[in-house]
Write a protein that binds this ligand. Structure first.
Ligand code: NAD
Length: 485
């Protein structure tokens, strides 16, 4: 087949250069134009993730952005966050207790509130910030239940203000490259997707130590973690999930597994564990200065333990999940997530009318605690297999930095001043809801065994702005003739 376009550039080069120039720079670079007035941000929930935002605003984007206030229910973490921002040379932000959230907005007058509290409290801060006249940037998942999603959808309509959900996974260059391939019509229109995400016994186990292990706080991994994955599929396909069926159970992180591994049973936490020598899931919170300063030193304010036993009987999230989704354009998704795997990362396959794309990222190698290998191209693969044609490997574009390079590109789009993004990676409350609701629906299936329609969960949810995808009614080329049989 003709691999050259009218400009004489082969298709592989187009994909590669479009990727390099377009995927990584589509969000633009900060600082090239005259400095606009600084935007005023308040941050609520200053734990681990908030640092990405405060570091950006006090570092690369300090000319455009200012942290004017910080709010947290833990007085120790609050004071530490104020100190860390001030130590960068930025003006000292005002610190507020969680109960003073509205007073914070009245006094500090932020234009934006960044919400980085645990998942189940997002809706409360999102709605209160919108009502107080601010726009909101919230971490994923936007929320954890259908009722909370409805509150946010209604509040956006009522106030006319904006919510942005920070789906950083979309911005990771190879994932944007997949979007480019799908948009280009390389495999026609996608009819089915097979997606498996693996979490290993280091990172995967960590969800069972923290607040994430309480479904009321995180929505379980179906919401907390899979919201990223469902959002990717929604965005990649440019379609809305319609119907969900799922199975879920907890089979690995259980008291029984602890006993089968030779322990006497679960305990409260690693710090005081009588079997810390025997348990190779032992997590030493005191040995890491950053984690110690953030969590251990501040336990006295709220009693939160960051190192709870992964075998505790009261854990109520699943570690083994299988989901089927039918989309409004007819596409089917087959998705699996497990949290005790031999390696960490994912593989996905898209089956289209003209062929198949297979894509894989190994985020962390087989050995527990093995160094991240995501930065190496050997860990990322993209293969196009035309119907009845020769498979072709596409050189992946490798990002740098956290979350496969996605965080940096996204931060530039949020705090910088880039051109319009042809991939439409910025997500509002509609994308936040469409992805979280797949997880909510799956959770409902786990309980009832019944198929769930997303339309039965919320009212007034419309499709988000999507990049144009191949026309599902357009002519499809007849594949080449082969001898059958
Ligand atoms: N996009 C990503 O890749 C990514 C990565 C990590 C975390 N996250 C998200 O970021 C959010 C925060 O996660 P984290 O890992 O930083 O958690 P964390 O436990 O480290 O921090 C949460 C902070 O919120 C505070 N807090 C708890 N309840 C509060 C309340 N009601 N009011 C005010 N403050 C409250 C805690 O004291 C703590 O300081 C979560 O929604 C998580 O899903 C996203």
């Amino acid at each position: 087949m003709d691999e050259k376009n009218s400009a004489g550039i082969d298709r592989r080069t187009v994909l590669k250069t479009a990727g390099a120039a377009g995927l990584m720079l589509a969000a633009g670079s900060a600082g090239a134009v005259a400095a606009p007035p600084r935007k005023r941000y308040a941050v609520v929930g200053v734990g681990s993730r908030a640092r990405m935002f405060t570091n950006a605003m006090t570092g690369k984007f300090r000319d455009t952005s200012e942290v004017v206030a910080i709010c947290d229910k833990n007085a120790g973490r609050l004071a530490r966050a104020v100190k860390l921002v001030t130590e960068t040379g930025a003006s000292q932000p005002r610190g507020y207790a969680a109960s003073d959230f509205e007073r914070m907005i009245r006094e500090a007058k932020p234009q934006f509130v960044i919400v980085t509290t645990p998942d189940a409290s997002h809706d409360d801060y999102i709605v209160r910030a919108l009502e107080a006249g601010c726009d909101v940037i919230t971490e994923k998942p936007m929320t954890t239940t259908a009722e909370k999603a409805q509150r946010i959808i209604d509040a956006v309509k009522r106030t006319g203000r904006q919510v942005r959900v920070t789906f950083n996974y979309r911005y990771s260059p190879p994932r944007t490259q997949i979007k480019e391939l799908l948009m280009s019509g390389e495999i026609g229109d996608v009819i089915s997707v097979d997606f498996t995400w693996l979490l290993n016994t280091v990172h995967g186990a960590d969800y069972f130590r923290r607040w994430h292990s309480n479904k009321a706080m995180s929505g379980g991994l179906m919401v907390h973690k899979s919201t990223h994955h469902f959002d990717l599929v929604n965005w990649w396909l440019g379609a809305q999930p319609e119907t969900v069926h799922a199975f879920g159970s907890r089979q690995f992180y259980t008291p029984e597994t602890a006993r089968r591994m030779g322990l006497s049973g679960p305990h409260e936490r690693c710090l005081t564990c009588p079997e810390k020598q025997k348990c190779n899931f032992y997590f030493d919170l005191a040995s890491d200065p950053g984690l110690k300063a953030l969590y251990l030193d501040n336990e006295r304010y709220d009693g939160y333990y960051r190192d709870q036993c992964v075998w505790r009987p009261e854990i109520n999230i699943e570690d083994t999940m299988n989901v089927m989704v039918r989309y409004d354009n007819g596409a089917h998704l087959n998705y699996a997530l497990s949290a005790y795997d031999a390696w960490e990362g994912y593989h996905i396959a898209f089956n289209g009318t003209k062929g198949r794309i297979e894509h894989r990222i190994v985020e962390s190698g087989g050995a527990a605690g093995a160094a991240k290998v995501q930065s190496g191209s050997e860990a990322v693969s993209i293969r196009v297999i035309p119907l009845r044609g020769q498979p072709r490997d596409i050189e992946p574009i490798i990002g740098k930095g956290s979350h496969g390079g996605g965080d940096d590109v996204m931060l530039t789009e949020i705090f910088g001043d880039g051109p319009a993004d042809k991939y439409k990676r910025a997500s509002d409350e509609r994308a936040g809801a469409w992805s979280a609701l797949v997880g909510v629906a799956a959770n409902k299936c786990f309980e009832t065994g019944q198929t769930v329609r997303i339309a039965d969960l919320v009212a007034g949810l419309t499709p988000p702005d999507r990049a144009p995808m191949p026309d599902r009614r357009a002519p499809v080329p007849m594949p080449i003739r082969i001898k059958i049989p």
